[in-house]
Design a protein around this ligand. Structure first.
Ligand code: ADP
Ligand code: MG
Length: 209
């Protein structure tokens, strides 16, 4: 990855497209076991980011991550707004004065996911976005450690994102609104796990292509 963020505007467009294309499905997922607003929250955050797209292209990664995180926190609302916001604010701190080659990025992302765990007091297996984010982070770290080629690592990240998202279907929820439903949450995929997977797959496809 280069020091500057030229690719951010087009990445952001790819992310918005995949969320918009799957908005009805995500709305239904959150309606089934939450309050139905997750995709609207996320679209509001992405719209705010897209209005700043040109600024991002001129920034260093750390500054861009910070601006993305602060913007998501102040515009999205919902549990997911503070959690996605935390992800990027933490990545901003971790990437300060750090070379963002593949291995560096994997470490920065892992730090961001760790902060989401702390903020949400949640871990893998609780039927949340973390069931997508944690396996992706682990896969990137492991592939970077073993010097796997970036395109292969991105494909691996897609695979584990999809498996992780699907794994939420048969889980009981122990965090978030779905936790109020007990056994009735079983059989539904978590909305935040799905949007996290969609965004990760869009980013990976964009970088591979
Ligand atoms: P809200 O639940 O406040 O309406 P959203 O609908 O925007 O917020 O986001 C819900 C998503 O947030 C869930 O699908 C889940 O993935 C994620 N989430 C909720 N609580 C937590 C938590 N404590 N830790 C991690 N993720 C969480
Ligand atoms: Mg909701």
């Amino acid at each position: 990855m280069s020091d500057y963020t030229h690719s951010l505007p087009s990445l952001l467009t790819a992310i918005q497209n995949t969320i918009n294309d799957n908005a009805d499905e995500v709305a239904q997922l959150d309606a089934a076991i939450g309050d139905g607003d997750h995709v609207i929250n996320l679209q509001r955050g992405l719209d705010a980011l897209s209005s700043m797209s040109d600024e991002f292209a001129q920034m260093a990664w750390s500054a861009a991550f910070m601006k993305i995180g602060m913007t998501l926190m102040s515009t999205m609302g919902g549990a997911s707004g503070s959690l996605f916001g935390t992800l990027f604010v933490s990545m901003a701190k971790a990437s300060k004065d750090k070379a963002l080659d593949f291995a560096g990025f994997a470490e920065v992302f892992a730090q961001g996911v760790e902060s989401v765990k702390q903020r949400g007091k949640a871990d893998i297996g609780e039927k949340t976005m973390l069931d997508t984010l944690i396996p992706v982070s682990a896969s990137l770290l492991s592939d970077a450690h073993h010097s796997v080629a970036v395109d292969i690592a991105l494909n691996n990240a897609k695979t584990v994102a999809i498996t992780g998202m699907q794994s939420t279907k048969n889980m009981l929820a122990t965090k978030g609104r779905a936790s109020f439903l007990g056994e009735r949450a079983i059989g539904h995929i978590d909305a935040g796990a799905r949007t996290s997977q969609l965004m990760i797959c869009a980013i990976a496809d964009h970088l591979i292509g």
